[in-house]
Design a protein around this ligand. Structure first.
Ligand code: GAR
Length: 197
């Protein structure tokens, strides 16, 4: 039984796909907490709608990085979270949270890492770079998060074809759809012990 804590900065569609899978019995687990650095994020709105404990925690609420790390850590541990899912979270986690949840923090990235990862590579920037380089294949990657961006061990990956008439928007939408499926599938495998973190 996965006890998932989400961190999300924006729309939260990956989080929603996972929450739906929990609720319809496809995934053996539940959402225990949602944390966002953005008080107006879709992720917070979705959490409110589903009655999941949710928290706005950011440099705006905690100017000192150490106290922010502590607040995030407590929001997760107080709610019994055993697995962290970074679902479109654009910030780094602090050392306390990283240490406590080491090997139990999953991030999703909209490319085939190690390609198109690292600092500054997020959201539409990734897809623009893929198109600029005339790639024919891109995809999504789920990896363990560590103190750097996009460098942790790869857990699962799936390809998405780049079509000749793709724009960054059409490509992003197709990759996002793939992310939802990949995330749910990967978590199902983790819950069934087919993937061991
Ligand atoms: C997703 O495409 C995710 O891969 C990306 O942000 C989007 C969030 O969508 N994450 C990154 O770029 C992380 N570096 P969502 O809020 O609808 O799940």
């Amino acid at each position: 039984w996965l006890k998932i804590g989400f961190l999300a900065s924006h729309g939260g569609s990956n989080m929603q796909a996972i929450v739906d899978a929990c609720r319809n019995g496809k995934l053996y687990g539940e959402a225990k907490a949602v944390i966002s650095n953005n008080s107006g994020s879709g992720a917070i709105e979705r959490a409110r709608k589903h009655g999941i404990p949710h928290y706005h925690l950011s440099s705006a609420t905690h100017s000192d990085p150490e106290s922010l790390d502590r607040a995030i850590y407590h929001a997760l541990t107080d709610n019994g979270v055993t697995l962290i899912v970074l679902a479109g979270y654009m910030k780094k986690l602090g050392p306390l949270t990283l240490r406590h949840y080491k090997g139990r923090i999953l991030n999703i990235h909209p490319s085939l890492l190690p390609k198109y990862g690292g600092h500054g590579m997020f959201g539409s920037k990734v897809h623009e770079a893929v198109l600029a380089n005339r790639e024919t294949v891109t995809g999504a990657t789920i990896h363990l998060a560590d103190e750097e961006y996009d460098t942790g061990a790869i857990v699962n990956q799936r390809e998405v074809a780049v079509l000749p008439d793709d724009t960054a928007e059409t490509l992003a939408a197709r990759v996002l759809q793939c992310e939802h499926e990949l995330f749910v599938e990967t978590l199902v495998k983790i819950s069934e012990g087919q993937i061991v973190l």
